[in-house]
Design a binder for this molecule. Sequence first.
Ligand SMILES: [Ca+2]
Length: 312
Amino acid sequence: MSATKAKAVIHDNDGHVDDLLSSILLWLSPSVDLQAVTITNGDCYAPESFRALLKMATYLGLEGPEVALSEDSVPYPFPDNWRKESRIINDLPIFGEISLKKLYQDGEGRRSETLIKDCLSNSRDKVTIVATGPLTNVAKVFEDRPELKDKVEEFVIMGGAIKVAGNVERQDKDGTAEWNVFADPVALKMILELGAPVKLITLDITNQLPLNKDFLARLEKQAETYNASKLALSLWGLVKGYDYYFWDTVTSAAVMDPSIFSFKDIRVNIVTEGPSQGRLTTHLFGGRKVQAAIKVNNKAFEDLLLKTLAIR
Ligand SMILES: [Ca+2]
């Protein structure tokens, strides 16, 4: 690791397996100074994922960022059977090992927007905002305090599908949208219009990175020695047998080590309603310029995850 200063980061996420592991990766990464983690009521029930993350931090003996949540509903909620998995995460058997320990943080947690506003206002350095869920709460911050955009180094956002199909499969929709954008397209549009730099991690790139057996075998070996690997193994164990990809963890990796990615400038717009709600359209002119990740070195990505999960 070079001697460059660690980046100040806020992680806003929506509490699924991949989100919580992304928080842990950012927390452990020597190139990141994690300032806050905020949980959105997207692909989870926020209080369940909030408590699960506090248990994870307790289990790993971590210190540092405040964790907050918002129980407000996102405009187009995720399927209930996906959200329910947050209860299973919160009840992972591995947490039995911390039953006698003091929990990482007391109380019910402050509201996400309050914590993000505090963090941005008080930070001397510009802060990178990593978002791996719908942008509902992040957008509220800038609706209320637009000037805080000057404190943002960049937004790194998991969302959208450009050349590949989306993952919202509903009878009334045309299949072009990705869930995070679909759940609150207006919020993403608002963030793009702020004019701060944006990196997008779309399904085009995450489709190239399935959670695979070889990776899990390497992780299993590490889990004999490192608690972070053991925790990651039990979380990814919940989704074994499903078509699961690295989605949010790719987004974290794009902050931890952007050099393993190739990015391209593109201009995009968001469809905010109708059958294509949440679709990302690309344009030669007009729209908003963003950097889209177009390639990643798969081996370097998996190595980065495994190395980070062997820090503790
Ligand atoms: Ca997510």
